[in-house]
Structures are given as C-alpha cells and as structure tokens.
Design a protein around this ligand. Structure first.
Ligand SMILES: [Zn+2]
Length: 377
C-alpha cells in the first residue's frame, strides 16, 4: 500500500505552505530584482505555472538585513514511488548561467504543458523537481560562496581520500580565501542542508532518481560529471551511468559533452553530491529487491571557451563564469535542450534501459575500462 503523497521536508519559514507570488515578498522585492533578476524570473515562473507547479520555500536565507527565499518547485506525479528528475543550479552564486539554464528549461516545459500530450503523459509517470537558485545571497553579491563566506560545494562533513590541493580541495582556514568549507563541527549551512533535505526526501522511496546540477567555470568544453569528487574509487552504480551515457551517445553521436567522474579533474572535500550518494547507499543497504538507482550528475559548462572568444571577459570576475555577450548567452541557453529532453525521457523509461544481471556486470566492466583504468586518476 503506497502512502498518498510525498511532502517536502520541514521548512523553517512560517509562510512555507505556498510560495509567495512575485509581489508578496515585501519591500525587498524591488531591491532584490535589481541585484537578483533570477529570483524575479523564478517568481514570475511560479505565477505562470499556477496550480501545475507545487512551489515551496525550503528555507529563508539572510544576508544582513536582506532576506531571500530558497525555492523548490515540483511538476508532475507527486507519488513518492514515482521516478524523479531533479534540476538544480546556482550553488555557486557567481555562476548565474546555471540558474538561468534551469529556469529556461522550466519555462520551456510550462509553455509546452497546455498542448503537448507527450509531455503530459510523461508527467503522469514522473516528477520533475527544480531548485534553480540554491545560493540566492551569493548570487545577489556576485560571489561564489554564500553570505557567510562558505563554498556550499565543499560544505558536507566528509573528507576526500586524496585531495588535490590544500586550498582548492576545500579548507577551514578562513572566509578570506576561496573554497572555504566552514568551521569544523559546525552544522551545514542553511542552503546546503536545505538542498540535502530536499534530495533525500524526494529520492527516499523513488525507484529511480536522476539529478543534474548546473555549474560553470571549468575548462574548455562542457562536461557531465558524476561522483566521486572526493575519491578515485569507481562509483557503485557506474554501470548505470555507463548505460545512460551509451544511450545518449547512440542517440546523439555528435554531442558536445565529456562524460567523466569528477575526480578526473580535481578532488574535493565535502562535495554535496558525494555526501548525498553515500546517504543513498546507506539507505539502500539490505534493500530486498536491489538498490534503487540514484545518479547525481553535474553539468559543468566550459566557460573558458567563452573567455577565449571574448578576451575582455578576463577582466571581469563575472565574465569568467558567465557569457557577457547576449547572443552567446542565448546560444548557451538553447545548446542543452537535447540533454534536458533526454534526461526526461531516460527518467520516464528507466525500466527499459537500466542494466540488470549479467548485462549490468558487463556495463560495470565497460565503465571501469572507460573511466578508471588510466594511470594518474
Ligand atoms: Zn560551480
């Protein structure tokens, strides 16, 4: 017997039962919309989605006198046993393009929803969960860290097996240096804790959960990363990742992505997706009919490419992480439609491609050969 509906994790915000509309977030709204147009856009989409969107405030983030809602939105089947696709962005405040990408996808879906029977059928089977702006205070400040100076993607309590460097991998020296993890033995930051609660609640009973966390700022090409960020050991569900990548490559032979475990590039302490994946494994230990599938992916947009095309961007901190020329921004926002569309289809049809038995063993072997046998990783 299935329980009736899943619910969002408990929220500290007193008005959390339903997200406020664009005009209801007091006098800060105008101030915020100038410094944080992405929040204004998000609230516009909440209003546009109407009853189709289940929008909640997971937490309130403060920065001095400024207050920001941390939103999560759900679209589709609320059954806790339904497959889930999670789309997140804006964990690093300076990487605005990640938030814009998730918001663009949400807007495209809302535009199709009234007439597209294929999409309507998909959403009867699966749930899409959006958390487009995880670090609103950091984005309003134009900083990577949150308002407390903490790098949220270094903020989970675990350590890397083989950190890349004492600084980049995350440190506890102080907020004046980038990649600060937060003080030892302190609870996780409001934003990190809210995201982890959301993912754990949405995926706790889902048989299949796929996530894509959108970032920018590393390298010359677009990468899709999967755990581990803190270890070179193969992912327990590398077989499932490999099967998914094979599907994508067969359907899109001229695609633009480099698929790899994050540890190939650098290794970090406190990665939130490593942490969530460990929690998933603990939950699944001893599961009677095999573990549920949880595949946390990260889209890392290769922003150095944009810098090369427009060298003036080197002089702008924001420009190192975001396209500054409007036509380039539009191109990036449409470049990834195929990937997002594929992820929806893969989530809807997961039972038809996820490997089992000897097929799974073969996929795990191919994953090891492809990603884990080169020396130096
Ligand atoms: Zn990032």
């Amino acid at each position: 017997m299935k329980p009736p509906q899943s619910s969002f994790p408990p929220v500290p915000h007193p008005d959390s039962r339903k997200a406020p509309g664009p005009d209801s977030h007091d006098a800060d709204a105008t101030h915020n919309s100038r410094r944080l147009p992405e929040l204004h856009d998000l609230q516009r989409l909440i209003a546009l989605g109407g009853s189709a969107l289940d929008a909640r405030v997971l937490a309130e983030v403060t920065d001095g006198a400024d207050r920001y809602p941390l939103y999560a939105l759900r679209l589709g089947n609320p059954d806790p046993y339904a497959p889930v696709l999670l789309l997140t962005g804006g964990i690093h405040g300076v990487e605005r393009i990640g938030t814009q990408l998730v918001l663009t996808q949400l807007e495209l879906l809302l535009a199709r929803l009234p007439w597209d029977q294929g999409l309507q059928a998909d959403l009867e089977h699966i749930r899409l969960v959006f958390c487009p702006l995880v670090n609103p205070a950091g984005m309003a400040r134009g900083s990577r860290a949150n308002a407390n100076g903490v790098d949220l993607m270094r903020n989970a309590p675990h350590n890397a097996d083989r950190p890349t460097s004492w600084l980049l991998s995350g440190h506890r020296i102080g907020t004046w240096l980038p990649w600060y993890r937060g003080a030892l033995d302190q609870p996780m930051e409001t934003e990190s804790a809210a995201l982890c609660d959301l993912v754990n609640a949405e995926c706790a009973t889902a048989p299949f959960c796929l996530s894509l966390d959108c970032h920018s700022g590393f390298g010359m090409r677009d990468r899709v990363w999967f755990p581990y960020a803190g270890s070179t050991q193969p992912l327990e569900q590398a077989a499932e990742v490999h099967a998914l990548v094979e599907l994508y490559e067969a359907a899109n032979p001229y695609h633009r992505y480099l698929f790899e475990p994050q540890c190939h590039q650098y290794r970090t302490h406190g990665d939130l997706w490593d942490y969530l994946y460990h929690q998933h494994l603990q939950r699944q230990r001893g599961a009677s009919n095999g573990p549920a599938v949880f595949l946390p992916l990260t889209l890392e947009l290769g922003s150095w490419l944009w810098v090369r095309k427009n060298l003036r961007q080197i002089t702008s901190f924001t420009g190192l992480f975001n396209p500054l020329v409007p036509h380039r921004q539009r191109r990036i926002l449409r470049h990834h439609n195929t990937l997002f569309d594929f992820l929806i289809r893969a989530t809807r049809s997961w039972q038809h491609w996820h490997p089992q038995g000897s097929d799974r063993d073969a996929q795990q072997q191919r994953a090891i050969q492809r990603w884990y046998q080169e020396s130096g990783h």
